[in-house]
Each structure stands twice: as structure tokens, then as C-alpha cells.
Design a protein around this ligand. Structure first.
Ligand SMILES: C[S@@+](CC[C@H](N)C(=O)[O-])C[C@H]1O[C@@H](n2cnc3c(N)ncnc32)[C@H](O)[C@@H]1O
Length: 310
């Protein structure tokens, strides 16, 4: 992978000017804060990323696709499984505005879909959009809590299980509700290799913490957490596809925009002080500034995983 550096040290100084103390932020995100984060970010995603309500990375597979087509990559991969195995009951975790489930429910009118999220506000918007779809139900659910009993063929989550307090517990809850030929489909960013984190220098470590902060995360889960969780839950890894290269161009565009914003640190500082710039948006800008570095240097990787009952 091509390595493109950003002057981390320079931008950390800029950030310290813009929001003094931010480099040492100890902010922790629990469920109510994640809800507030996605209340605000949801609106921004709709305005700048996808008016259809997708809140995930577009996956680029060729030069000719449009943005909206790239955003369908994750849902289309679930649709392949539904077709191949004639599945009839699908559950989505962390559905946001329901972009993936709404697309799939339209595609498969005879398949039942349940889309869940912790965020009631965004779920209500999804419900309104899907009011004519009789095969899609929305349920508010925190996947860190014990699951209600249900049975289904596929449980999928797009960029949401990174918010799991313990991935293993979520996998356990899912797998006890999964039918015998069932599958779990996950798209997420993961820490790729634990040993590389010990080698980060002081500036890189601060920047990495800020990337996590920018996502309202304690930290990205390690890919090993999924593997060991799967093992304990009697699940095998049927597919592990590294899509990092397919999301990087979008992240680079975001980084370019964020760099331009920080050409005017005084304005950013005043906007933050006067609350003209929302705190959550600022967090996202910081994530956009440094995130690419960790992707390009292979600390973070974006995976498509399929787990199957053994
Ligand atoms: C990056 S967004 C992805 C949304 C959607 N999957 C998509 O592809 O557009 C992450 C979603 O995870 C949801 N989420 C975060 N923590 C959650 C939890 N503990 N339980 C359920 N949903 C959660 C958020 O509310 C948000 O909608």
C-alpha cells in the first residue's frame, strides 16, 4: 500500500490552538452520547454524504461507479447470500436511517426484514421512509443489552459493531438466535495487528486516540476479537475480505477537505467557541484529518466478514 504521510506533529499543534486540551481528551462515549452523536452526524451524513441516508463507507470496485452505487456494495453482498441460500428472515444491527434494509426489503418483497438501532430519532425517519414496505419492521435495540428471542437466517451490521462493548457477547447473542444454516455479515474497521500499536510514536498515539474520539469510539476493535469471539460461539469464518483499498479514496477526499478547514485555525476556534461549529462535526473533522494515515499505514483495515454456524 502506498504510504502518504501527513505532518501529524504540525496538525496536533494546530488542534491544540483551536481547542486547547483536546490532545489530552479523556472523553468516554456511552450509549446516550452515541445517540447524540448520531442525531447530529445523521443530519450531516444526509446533507454531505448520502441523501438516501447511508452512513457508511462507499466501496469502490471500479473507476466508473457513482457514489450511490458504491454505497450499495454492503447491501448487495447481503443480497447475494439471500439469493444463494434462499433465506427468508434477516436482521440488521445498527441500521441508522435504514439505507441497507430498505434497499434489501424492496429487492426481496417475500423476505422478512427487521432493522434495529439504538437511535430512536433516526429509526423514526427510517420508518417514515419505509412506510409502504410491509416486509420491514424497525425496532429500537441496544446490541450491548441482552437480545430478545428471535430466529433468523442472517444478522448483518455495517460499521456498527465497532460500538460493541464486548464483541464476543454480541456474537453469542446473535448466534443463539441464528438458524442452523445462518450467517453473520459484518463490515467494519478493525485494528489490524496489535503489535503495530506498541510501535506508534508519541504523536501517532495521540493522533490515533483522536481518530477514535472522532468516531465516538473508545477504540476500534481488534480483528482478533472477532476471531476469538467466533471460536467461542462455535462460528467459523467463511469469508474475510480486506476492502481497505476500496475505501481509501473516499477517506483521502475527506482528509483533503479537513486539511483545508485547518488552514484557518482562528476561524475554526471562533466557530467552536460561538457554537457555530458543532462539537460532533469537529470530532468528525479531526477523524477525517488523521484517519487516512492509520489506514494507509495498515494499522486500521476495513473488512467484510462472514461468519457461519459450525
Ligand atoms: C456508522 S453508523 C452506520 C449506520 C448504518 N449501518 C449504515 O450503514 O448506514 C453506526 C450506527 O450504529 C448505531 N449504534 C451504535 N451503537 C449501537 C448500539 N449499542 N446498539 C445499536 N445500534 C448502535 C448508531 O446509532 C448508528 O446508527
Amino acid at each position: 500500500m502506498r504510504k502518504r504521510d501527513i505532518d501529524i506533529c504540525f496538525y496536533l499543534k494546530v488542534l491544540d490552538e483551536v481547542l486547547p486540551g483536546v490532545l489530552n481528551t479523556q472523553e468516554r462515549f456511552d450509549s446516550p452520547e452515541i445517540v447524540s452523536y448520531y442525531n447530529k452526524m445523521g443530519k450531516l451524513y444526509k446533507k454531505y454524504h448520502s441523501d438516501e441516508g447511508a452512513m457508511h463507507f462507499p466501496v469502490k470496485t471500479n473507476e466508473f461507479e457513482r457514489h450511490n452505487e458504491k454505497l450499495l456494495y454492503q447491501a448487495l453482498s447481503v443480497s447475494q447470500l439471500i439469493k444463494t441460500h434462499s433465506y427468508t428472515k434477516i436482521v440488521e444491527l445498527g441500521c441508522g436511517f435504514g439505507f441497507n434494509s430498505i434497499f434489501l426489503a424492496r429487492l426481496f418483497p417475500n423476505v422478512q426484514f427487521i432493522a434495529t438501532d439504538i437511535n430512536e430519532h433516526n429509526l423514526n425517519k427510517a420508518k417514515r421512509k419505509a412506510k409502504l414496505l410491509h416486509n420491514l419492521t424497525f425496532i429500537r435495540m441496544n446490541f450491548n443489552d441482552p437480545f430478545p428471542e428471535f430466529s433468523c437466517d442472517v444478522v448483518f451490521g455495517v460499521e456498527t459493531l465497532c460500538y460493541a462493548e464486548r464483541i464476543k457477547d454480541v456474537l453469542k447473542n446473535i448466534s443463539s438466535n441464528l438458524n442452523s444454516n445462518g450467517r453473520i455479515v459484518l463490515f467494519d474497521c478493525y485494528e489490524a495487528n496489535q503489535s503495530t500499536y506498541a510501535k506508534l510514536n508519541t504523536y501517532e498515539s495521540i493522533a490515533y486516540k483522536l481518530v477514535c474520539w472522532g468516531w465516538a469510539l473508545k477504540k476500534f476493535p481488534a480483528i482478533q476479537e472477532v476471531y476469538s469471539g467466533a471460536e467461542e460461539c462455535n462460528l467459523s469464518v467463511e469469508n474475510e475480505q480486506d476492502l481497505t483499498q476500496n475505501i481509501i479514496s473516499n477517506y483521502r477526499v475527506l482528509q483533503g477537505t479537513c486539511k483545508r478547514i485547518f488552514q484557518f485555525p482562528l476561524i475554526v476556534r471562533v466557530c467552536l467557541k460561538l457554537k457555530l461549529l458543532n462539537r460532533f462535526l469537529f470530532m468528525h473533522i479531526v477523524n477525517g484529518l488523521f484517519g487516512t494515515y492509520f489506514i494507509e499505514n495498515q494499522h486500521l483495515k476495513y473488512y467484510h466478514l462472514i461468519l457461519k454456524k459450525k
